[in-house]
Unconditional design. Sequence first.
Length: 159
Amino acid sequence: MSDAKLSFNFGEVSFSAEGSAAWVKEQFERALKRLDETHVPAKTEGQGELKTKTPQGSGHQAHSNLAINSIAAKLEAKTGTDLVLAACFSLTRNQTESCSRVEILAEMKRATSYYKTTYNNNLSSYFTTLIKDKKILERSTDSYALSASARKDLEAKVA
């Protein structure tokens, strides 16, 4: 049973979480940190909008601003497992080491051209398959990271 729920949209950024107050707070803080890492205020007169940061000195520059639909297209995502990989790549391509199950599912849902509601029900099996295939690593409970070889393969496909 959840005792806290938080949801907001700010331009292209959206956040939604429901669960214990402590868990919602932790997810909100992670979202704010990620927002701070990936966006800076635009310098425009009288307007407060966000602009995506481009990481410097990394191989991620060519695709750092790609939307999840574009990444899924470049990776030719046809299955739930493919979309989990695309979402994990999308979330971690800007120097972030890991992402949570909740973040991955939210990113998958943003891939409106690829996401199917059945993917939510089968998410655990997708993670099990990807961990067994050594494409993602489970860093802690419900926290995942791409393996180095999977990241290299995905970067080559998206470039």
